[in-house]
Design a protein around this ligand. Structure first.
Ligand code: NAD
Length: 375
């Protein structure tokens, strides 16, 4: 099986889809690996390390893709990359397939079989290939680091001869994979941490990390989790009650990190413009849901907005890309596990009846086969 990895071409994408460690693992599966020169630059991996691991490094994109059976990427390929692939080639990437319709159409048109890592189901067998979780965990960590950087004061309490520095108050809204890591990271830095979520199961998780849980705990809250473990959209009435409770709290916070998402829908607005205006000058909001519409009124994708009252709203996209070495290492391992499903006895063998492949295949046989993406 000829595996190809090209440089990421999306703006600001610093991660890469293979590391020297995973090149070795892919070769052990019976594959040969060709990597485009410069693939690892953003993750501090020089070409020579890929060569040492057994990959062949080539400078020309077309030469890398030509004849490849399997193409591994972080983000979806460009139209130009797709045009260099042979019919029947398989692509695996975080395609962002609901939004990247043109890329999906190009792959279907070129008779390329594409799998979206974001559609890997969250079943036990697929945990090792759960890229959403591996990346969200790092995003949660990095959100706290970005918050600490934008905040003009310290996180821990410091008692010094010159006086005492008060600990920062950090509020995490949305306690999924990213939120839990944000709580843990803020606690490690010494902040006083509170958190909220609409799923009742999160209360115990928040408390076990040494943070305080804050939410309107009524009957609707007690039933707010789907069988798949995701949040349900909440009623307007609940949202109003919750906003009244969190509004009082937000006023007193130094850092607010929002991570609330509902699969397939726009992100809920959890911090209104009035609430942003109620915060102290120098406070910082970090909106991890900015690309899904945003949890914070006034957040802008890719920007740090400073409001009239001196509050910063950090809207960086791709936080995992700001910790590219670790993000690449973990994502590359997710890909090795996924590739293990595609290679049997050293040959490419795609069984679309496999539960994981069935859920994540987007294009096959010249058509868009994923129902949600086809629309
Ligand atoms: P997510 O990214 O979909 O959402 C982030 C958080 O936002 C969730 O906790 C959600 O409940 C919360 N949220 C949504 N609307 C909200 C609102 N109005 N107010 C406050 N919070 C709101 O979540 P995720 O990180 O993908 O995790 C979702 C679930 O999947 C969790 O239960 C997690 O433990 C589970 N999970 C399971 C596996 C597995 O079994 N393999 C892997 C990863 C995650």
């Amino acid at each position: 099986v000829a595996i190809a990895v090209t440089r990421e071409r999306r703006e600001g994408e610093t991660r890469c889809a293979v590391t020297p460690e995973t090149v070795k693992k892919l070769i052990a599966l019976g594959a040969s690996v060709t990597v485009e020169a410069g693939t690892g630059v953003g993750a501090a991996i020089p070409d020579s390390e890929y060569t040492d691991a057994g990959a062949s490094v080539k400078p020309d994109t077309r030469a890398v893709l030509e004849g490849a059976d399997l193409v591994l990427k972080v983000r979806g390929p460009t139209a130009q990359e797709v045009s260099a692939m042979k019919p029947g080639a398989v692509v695996v990437a975080m395609l962002d397939a609901y939004r990247e319709k043109d890329t999906v159409a190009a792959m279907a048109g070129a008779n390329v079989t594409a799998f979206a890592m974001e559609f890997v189901p969250r079943i036990t067998r697929a945990q090792v290939m759960d890229a959403l979780s591996s990346q969200a965990n790092l995003a949660g960590y990095r959100a706290v680091i970005e918050g600490a950087y934008a905040y003009g004061k310290g996180f821990p309490m410091m008692m010094t001869a010159a006086g005492t520095v008060a600990p920062a108050k950090v509020f995490i809204m949305g306690v999924g994979v990213a939120g839990l890591q944000a709580i843990a990271t803020a606690r490690r830095l010494g902040a006083v941490v509170t958190a909220t979520d609409v799923r009742p199961a999160t209360k115990e998780q928040v408390e076990s990390l040494g943070a305080k849980f804050l939410a309107v705990e009524d009957d609707e809250f007690r039933n707010a989790q789907t069988a798949g473990g995701y949040a349900k959209p909440m009623s307007e009435e609940y949202q109003a009650k919750q906003a009244a409770l969190t509004g009082e709290h937000i006023k007193k916070q130094d850092i607010v990190i929002t991570t609330a998402l509902i699969p397939g829908r726009a992100a809920p607005v959890l911090v209104s413009a009035e609430q942003v205006a109620s915060m102290k000058p120098g406070s910082v909001l970090i909106d991890l849901a900015v690309e899904a519409g945003g949890n914070v009124a006034g957040s802008k994708a890719g920007e740090v907005v400073t409001t009239a009252n001196g509050v910063s709203i950090v809207g960086y996209t791709n936080l995992p890309g700001r910790i590219a070495s670790d993000a690449s290492a973990l994502y590359a391992k997710n890909l090795v596990a996924f590739t293990g499903l595609l290679i049997k006895d050293g040959a490419l063998a795609v069984d679309l009846e496999d539960e994981i492949l069935k859920a994540s295949v987007v294009t096959h046989g010249g058509a868009v086969v994923h129902e949600g993406v086809r629309g």
